[in-house]
Design a protein around this ligand. Structure first.
Ligand SMILES: [Zn+2]
Length: 332
């Protein structure tokens, strides 16, 4: 369905194309329309949504926003790995500064979303984090890898082998991950891919211990990125998390690839709206401000959970990604 060669274009070519697209200071009205829409939708809740829109603009018109490193450093203690956190009754944050792992606890075991860069991080932040939070990592039953980049799959082989857990990815990203690993110089901080295991199809339900998560294939960031709806409870009250599985536009830049991303984000926005999700989530802490929110959780007492932004804000969070991708699509 997706031309493989488009995805295999070198980063140098994609950078050159991105540069060409914003070389002049004039901005096409169609581009600006989507940038303004993206900015309005993202608001203050999704700074990276705004940074993504910046890619469609010349330097003079970009939003002046904290850079990603500053966003990553917010919250917690700068220079130290963030602490693991219990975010909902059944959802736990186990991430590091630049990438997140999330654990859904059920009576019959744990469903893990993503595994960080390598076995060392998985041991420290995921196994260590679970233990600190009173959970046994041996209860990990399923590992959903949101997409085939090593900062999400790097610890999967270690955890899957150790705990006999199943690894789930989309068919497209099982292939993408293997192809990339075979042809690209692997990132030195990433462990190799996990062995091929379960294949996620669009709309697939994953049930464990009476909890049912719904997985959607939302291509764009990679050919088969997975985004999810995850039911949670907060002090017993039900909420629905919508996790967007691929934030950055770090794919080969082309009109077709931006359209694929934009269409997926628009479709997932509709899914989120229909389902009534009220908690926007990411797999990178600078995208959903997870580390900042984890700090707020410590002092919330009986106050509101900072992750619960409401149904409207959750749809807006997702739509912002589509608008920023459309803005870039229109630069061609
Ligand atoms: Zn990625």
């Amino acid at each position: 369905m997706i031309n493989k060669r488009i995805w295999m274009m070198s980063a140098a070519v994609s950078l050159a194309l991105a540069g060409a697209a914003v070389a002049q200071d004039t901005v096409k009205p169609d581009v600006m329309k989507h940038v303004e829409a993206g900015r309005a939708l993202a608001g203050k809740n999704s700074p990276v949504g705004l940074i993504l829109c910046n890619g469609a603009l010349p330097a003079s018109k970009k939003d002046k926003l904290p850079n990603v490193a500053e966003l990553q450093a917010r919250g917690g203690v700068a220079g130290q790995p963030p602490e693991p956190a219990k975010v909902f009754d059944n959802l736990y944050y186990l991430g590091i500064r630049h990438v997140s792992a999330w654990a859904v606890d059920t009576p019959d075991g744990i469903i893990l979303f993503d595994t960080l860069d390598n076995h060392t991080e998985a041991a420290d932040a995921i196994e260590g984090g679970l233990r600190k939070l009173g959970l046994d990592p041996a209860r990990i039953k399923y590992i959903v890898v949101t997409h085939g980049h090593g900062d999400h799959y790097g610890g999967a082989k270690y955890l899957a082998d150790k705990y006999k857990a199943h690894v789930l990815m989309s068919a497209a990203d099982w292939k993408y991950m293997a192809d990339r690993f075979a042809t690209d110089k692997p990132h030195p901080g990433w462990d190799g891919p996990p062995a091929h295991d379960m294949v996620v199809t669009d709309g697939q339900k994953l049930t464990l211990g009476g909890e049912t998560i719904t997985l959607y294939v939302t291509p764009g960031h990679t050919p088969g990125t997975i985004s999810s709806l995850i039911p949670v409870t907060d002090h017993g009250a039900r909420h629905l998390v919508a996790q967007w599985g691929g934030t950055g536009f770090n794919f080969p830049h082309s009109q077709e690839n931006f359209k694929i991303y934009a269409d997926s984000a628009a479709r997932f926005s509709d899914i989120v709206q229909a389902a009534g999700a009220d908690v926007p989530l990411s797999n990178h802490p600078e995208t959903d401000s997870a580390i900042v929110k984890n700090d707020l959780l410590k002092t919330r007492g009986n106050g509101p959970n900072p992750y619960v932004l409401g149904k409207d804000a959750t749809v807006r969070f997702m739509k912002a990604f589509s608008e920023c991708a459309q803005a870039q699509e229109m630069t061609y």
